[in-house]
Design a protein around this ligand. Structure first.
Ligand code: MG
Length: 388
């Protein structure tokens, strides 16, 4: 036991230098049936870095048009898969009226889409649906309208459009929250976050949503899709493939585009291990068991020090397999005995580990992982923690 005590003490001293993170794993509320990770869980996978150089697409974006004919040849076609008749002019991708939709060669589902467009000045005097009409059509089904809709004077006697058909409307469904349009001849941006409808057994489980920032202004706030893009009539949602080409509309106007990119994003329903909405309890259980096993493998069961005690407490937050409970009893009893054997000056030197381990116990008790009196060590920690 003496060897163990010395080792525990030296480890504690080392870790004080190395940082407390390695010792005190338990911090936020523990995993539960719908959450594979604790609050502030350092074991949780860390997000991948994406580079975001100013004025350029994010590093993980698929660039669909960068001003070159090459990017058109690689990424765009007509509806039949033939080369698009839309033209590259002065670095812009311009609709050739009457040639039909421009379709992405690749199929996409849920995605973040960026595009810049401009209403031709020559169209500025046109009214109704005839001024610079185009549209972004996610999955070839739902249209985010593109139109010359700048309208700064509500008292002006001009022929206006139906609100669910102006720029940034979800066409025939929902007008934008505000009209963030710029005048004809000025470049505009759309940033669209699109989630397709989710189907189960032929029925809509969730209708999907579209969020649109128009020139940086939120104009569609997770609008729930009501059906296919249409005119005059309502066509309800119909089940379709989970990936389809995205399209730009040819409505007879030579609308130019630039800087088009897309990022594929996960469905909200893909997260089956950490979500009140979509988590599957068997997936959560499985990941918790896996994490517990990985953490348990790092514990030295022969060294009942603060590090290993906190390690086993963290393991218990993921899983209470009999093997882990047995190890917890043994490590806690050993650490308890060691603390009680310390002279007052050494006890004072261990104050931060005593306080930290007590916090770990309290997290488990607060989350009902263990009972308040399951481990005598906790009472010892509490007693020593109160001492000055
Ligand atoms: Mg349109």
């Amino acid at each position: 036991m003496k060897t163990k005590i010395i080792l525990a003490y030296s480890l504690a001293a080392f870790s004080a230098v190395a940082g407390e993170r390695g010792i005190f794993g338990l911090y936020g509320d523990t995993p539960d049936a719908k959450h594979a990770w604790a609050v502030h869980d350092f074991n949780r996978p860390y997000p991948k870095q994406v580079e975001t150089p100013p004025g350029k697409p994010p590093s993980d974006a698929i660039v669909l048009f960068d001003g070159t004919q090459k990017s058109v040849d690689e990424n765009w076609c007509d509806r039949k898969g033939n080369p698009t008749k839309w033209r590259v002019k002065d670095g812009l991708f311009v609709c050739t009226p009457g040639s039909g939709l421009a379709c992405t060669k690749r199929a996409f589902g849920d995605a973040q889409f960026h595009v810049e467009w401009l209403s031709p000045v020559a169209d500025a005097k046109k009214h109704g649906q005839l001024g610079g009409n185009s549209g972004v059509i996610p999955m070839g089904r739902y249209e985010i309208q593109i139109l010359n809709s700048y309208d700064p004077d509500p008292s002006a006697d001009v022929e206006r459009n139906y609100p669910d058909g102006i720029a940034a409307s979800v066409y025939a469904q929902n007008p934008p929250l505000v009209n963030a349009s710029r005048p004809a001849g000025v470049w505009q941006t759309y940033d669209i976050i699109f989630h397709q409808p989710i189907w189960k057994d032929g029925k809509v489980l969730h209708p999907g949503t579209v969020t649109v920032l128009h020139n940086g202004v939120l104009v569609q706030d997770a609008w729930e899709l009501e059906g296919m893009a249409t005119h005059r009539v309502r066509i309800p949602l119909r089940q379709h493939a989970t990936k389809l080409p995205w399209m730009l509309q040819d409505h007879g106007d030579p609308v130019p585009f630039r800087n088009i990119w897309i990022r594929e994003i996960p469905s909200r329903w893909d997260n089956t291990t950490h979500s009140e909405m979509s988590a599957k309890e068997e997936d959560v259980r499985s990941l918790r068991d896996k994490t517990a096993a990985a953490l348990f493998a790092k514990i030295d069961l022969n060294v009942p020090d603060a590090k290993n005690v906190n390690g086993i407490l963290e393991v218990l937050s993921y899983s209470k397999k009999p093997e882990y409970l047995k190890a917890a009893k043994s490590l806690c009893a050993g650490y308890d005995a060691w603390l009680k054997s310390l002279p007052p000056d050494k006890l004072a030197a261990n104050k931060r580990y005593i306080d930290g381990t007590l916090k770990g116990f309290n997290v488990l008790i607060r989350n009902k992982v263990i009972g308040a009196n399951d481990y005598p060590l906790r009472a010892t920690l509490e007693q020593f923690s109160k001492q000055k």
